[in-house]
Design a protein around this ligand. Structure first.
Ligand code: HEM
Length: 459
């Protein structure tokens, strides 16, 4: 199959000095600064960050090279150390080698397109709960922060579907905030050229430690509760799968600390990303009323009045899928993710030494002018099947690629389809007057100043 391609542009791969970097990031924010460096330096921008060299991988040929064809040379080594130590422990996302292989194999069965359909009804019920709250907000005219709304619903879905947890509203909020505190802390710490020891009694350290111990305690409680039930009555979910898995050689079950780490990793990876995408979905529908109108025509035509969509209905909503894909193109919730070159390599004349930090950066790949016509424009019809077939295989990679492609991608696509089908059918959401969302790169792509919207009931 012929696909659209163009050679990488390497203009001037030379980093500004650390002082300029710090000043510019302070002035423009990281997203604009990295965008400018891409324009100035070309497709492998280089930043010298203190002792480390950081390179962005943007061109689809390079993305495919790092994630697939030469993936053995791009592992999760030193760049992942802080995240592993302070956030994910031994969980799949940061795991490597034989441990990663074993865990990936064990968990994959839960995430096939067919297996995730098991969670359709649960997702539908979660969307219905939101409906009740949004009806009230629509009547009272009170604005809701859509980022928070989406985070709460995706957090509930992941905890319920994977671990059978049904937390009260209050506990749900606490765990969300705690996990958010942990992620921000780790993200900021990674960026610091000099790191204070963790035992130092700084307010951010204290907050991080308290949040971590609350999250660990909750996970321990869930594991212990499951263990107190006879194994024959365990529900068919990921937690049971993890707790009952036996090592092929020793026959032993997984230690609780490994189960806990997997649970924390799945919770983190499995709700913030979908929540961010859903928030950007509402923002995009607000910004592009003709897209919103098209989507609603499709929803009205397929889902019978006063009824919830069925799984079959969802398969008859191609425009909805195109809208979600376009949201993921312009606003990939994982805008950049790191790898470590194991041995030195030269990519189109740019030397990536062993020990350098390499960031695969879908946010920029998805806006590459050689691969996307009018890249800043929101146009779901880019994903019409006949046009999709012409994409470079790595021009679009919101879920990563190669053997470490997101394990939860089918789960996420189903979840986002259900939430959008139910909520967009019944409600419009309008940004409050004068609010300008500030999009920024944190651990995920986010809206720094929130997304306050008025909800208007349609039907
Ligand atoms: C819109 C939603 C999502 C997006 C955009 C997304 C994106 C990604 C990306 C880019 C990676 C690859 C990271 C890398 O190669 O370093 C990844 C990995 C992963 N994701 Fe997702 N994700 C989403 C939802 C989910 C969900 C719902 C789950 C779980 C239920 C999940 C679990 C994971 C896990 C466990 C990994 C690590 C896989 C491995 O290394 O083998 N993600 N995700």
């Amino acid at each position: 199959m012929e696909y659209k391609s163009a050679a990488p542009r390497i203009i001037a791969p030379k980093s500004p000095n650390l002082f300029q970097i710090a000043l510019e990031i302070q002035k423009k924010g990281p997203l604009q600064f990295f965008t400018d460096q891409w324009r100035i330096q070309g497709d492998v921008p280089h930043l010298r960050m203190g002792l480390h060299n950081l390179f962005f991988i943007i061109h689809p040929d390079h993305v495919g090279h790092v994630l697939l064809t030469n993936r053995k040379n791009y592992d999760k080594l030193k760049t992942w150390d802080v995240t592993r130590r302070l956030l994910l422990g031994s969980g799949l996302i940061g795991a490597t080698g034989a441990h990663w292989k074993r865990q990936r194999k064990l968990m994959s069965a839960f995430f096939t397109p067919k297996s995730v359909e098991l969670y359709f009804t649960l997702m539908l019920n979660a969307a219905s709960d939101v409906t009740t709250r949004w009806e009230t907000a629509s009547k009272s005219g009170q604005a809701l922060d859509i980022m928070e709304e989406m985070t709460r619903i995706t957090a509930w879905i992941i905890l319920r579907s994977m671990f059978g947890m049904d937390l009260s509203e209050e506990r749900l909020r606490t765990i969300e905030r705690d996990v958010e505190t942990m992620i921000r802390f780790v993200y900021r710490r990674e960026m610091l050229p000099v790191k204070a020891p963790l035992w130092a009694p700084l307010p951010s350290h204290v907050q991080y430690r308290k949040a971590t111990s609350r999250v660990h305690l909750l996970m321990r409680e869930v594991i212990e509760r499951r263990r107190s039930m006879p194994e024959s009555s365990w529900p068919n979910d990921l937690l049971s799968k993890l707790m009952s898995a036996r090592d092929e050689e020793s026959g032993e079950t997984m230690a609780d600390v490994f189960v806990r780490d997997e649970c924390i990793g799945i919770f983190i990876a499995g709700h913030e990303t979908s929540a961010r995408t859903m928030a950007f979905m509402w923002y995009s529908l607000h910004e592009n009323p003709e897209v919103a109108a098209h989507l609603r025509r499709e929803l009205d035509a397929v889902i019978p009045e006063n009824q919830q969509p069925t799984l079959e209905d969802l398969k008859q909503l191609p425009y909805l899928t195109r809208v979600i894909k376009e949201v993921l193109r312009l606003y990939p919730p994982a805008p950049a993710f790191p790898r470590d070159p194991v041995t030195e390599e030269t990519l189109n004349g740019v030397r990536l030494e062993a020990g350098a930090f390499v960031m695969v950066a879908p946010y920029f790949t998805h806006r590459h002018p050689d691969f996307w016509t009018n890249p800043e424009h929101f146009d779901p019809d880019r994903f019409l099947p006949e046009r999709e077939r012409e994409f470079h295989p790595y021009a679009y990679c919101p879920f990563g690629g190669g053997n470490r492609i997101c394990i939860g991608n089918s789960f996420a696509m189903l979840e986002m389809s259900v939430l959008t089908a139910v909520l967009a059918r019944r409600f419009d959401a309008h940004l409050i007057a004068g609010h300008k969302p500030e999009i920024e790169m944190g651990g995920t792509l986010m809206i720094r100043n929130g997304l306050p919207m008025h909800i208007v009931q349609r039907v």
